[in-house]
Design a protein around this ligand. Structure first.
Ligand code: MN
Length: 252
């Protein structure tokens, strides 16, 4: 099995290193990751500027590694569009510094790496750790990622479908198949003045919260100490609204 490993935190992230270690016993590993942190860039495709792909020397013995000046999903795309000559069988992303739960998946570059792989018809899994600390311990993620990647290689996935895996930052009690929960963002627009007296803005505020009480959701599972495994699909159609939409009185 040839596994492509990427992330959105950048080539130097500790979680990328942990995920690389996790994959090594499963087959050949190639790492292609953004050269800088690309968190919360979503499923971005770079079309209006050149992509540079730089080999990273001595990333790890037995692993070819490259840094790209593009988005997370660009990393998958360049590999699949011919930069990597050998066939790729599985794409894994992460392990992200911080969780990707509920609506987070729409912002997540970590998830976008996997979605891009699904567009190319490959099985893919995104991994995130529910710990944002700079010195977070990624070692508990290694057996989890290895086992889920092995199982994904064995069972495959339906078309246009990926797995979004969130690992608790607390002792792991097991795993749960989950659905997306509901996040509550607490963003605030912070206005400051630059040295010339002109205003600039940050999207700041507190870390997102969310409903951790509803059983069966990703937020609930991670809060309970379970590894959350959510199947995600690229088809965002709100099927439950189609009938109601037909009945709208629209004339033109
Ligand atoms: Mn990230």
């Amino acid at each position: 099995m040839h596994i492509l490993v990427s992330n959105d935190d950048g080539i130097h992230a500790p979680g990328l290193r942990a995920l690389t270690e996790a994959m090594l016993p499963l087959g050949k590993v190639t790492v292609i990751a953004p050269e800088t942190n690309q968190s919360a860039t979503g499923h971005k495709k770079t079309l209006d500027s050149p992509l540079r792909i730089r080999p990273v020397q001595d990333y790890r013995e037995g692993v070819n590694a490259f840094a790209v000046n593009g988005s997370p999903s660009d990393c998958t795309a360049v590999a699949m569009l011919g930069f990597i000559k050998e066939q790729i069988d599985l794409v894994v992303s992460g392990v992200n510094m911080g969780p990707n739960l509920a609506q987070d998946v729409t912002y997540s570059g970590t998830v976008a790496v996997a979605l891009e792989a699904a567009i190319f018809g490959l099985p893919a899994v995104a991994f995130s750790l529910d710990d944002r600390a700079l010195d977070a311990d990624y070692s508990p993620c290694i057996p989890v990622a290895r086992e889920l990647a092995r199982a994904t290689g064995e069972h495959k996935l339906p078309p246009m479908t990926i797995l979004n895996v969130n690992i608790p930052g607390t002792p792991i009690r097991g795993w749960r198949v989950t659905r997306q929960g509901v996040r509550e963002y607490r963003d605030q627009l912070v206005e400051r003045d630059d040295p010339h007296g002109r205003p600039y803005y940050w999207i700041g505020g507190e870390r997102p919260a969310g409903d951790v009480k509803t059983e069966g959701t990703d937020l609930w599972a991670v809060h309970q100490g379970y590894v959350s495994v959510t199947p995600i699909q690229l088809d965002l159609t709100a099927h439950t609204m189609i009938d109601a939409l037909h009945k709208w009185n629209i004339n033109f």
